[in-house]
Design a protein. Structure first.
Length: 107
């Protein structure tokens, strides 16, 4: 995801977050994956939150970008991979995680 698709992806994440009470702390798109640091309301566990974001962004990007729709046509209609990784801040601060996300090279 580059250019207009990347910009729209980031915009969609913001649009999804607000009504559900999420805060997007950091959000970076890599060549084949994304890093997102989200502060979520206590009523959301990780799986429903990830499903919400992935489902809406996949559907909208495929609706808005012909190239994505053509690439994923008939391939389970999902933009992202089935899996995801979730972690907590634990022994490091959210600021350190945010810095890692925003400063890591776009590889």
């Amino acid at each position: 995801m580059v250019g207009a698709v990347e910009a729209r992806w980031k915009q969609l994440f913001g649009e999804i977050a607000t009504p559900y009470g999420f805060e997007i702390v950091a959000n970076e798109v890599m060549a084949d994956h994304v890093h997102v640091l989200v502060s979520a309301p206590p009523k959301f566990s990780a799986a429903p939150g990830v499903r919400l974001f992935k489902g809406i962004t996949s559907r909208r990007l495929q609706q808005e970008f012909q190239s994505i729709r053509r690439h994923y046509w008939g391939k389970n209609a999902t933009l992202g991979a089935e899996g995801y990784s979730v972690g907590t801040a634990g022994h490091v601060s959210a600021e350190i995680i945010k810095r890692y996300i925003t400063e890591c090279p776009k590889v």
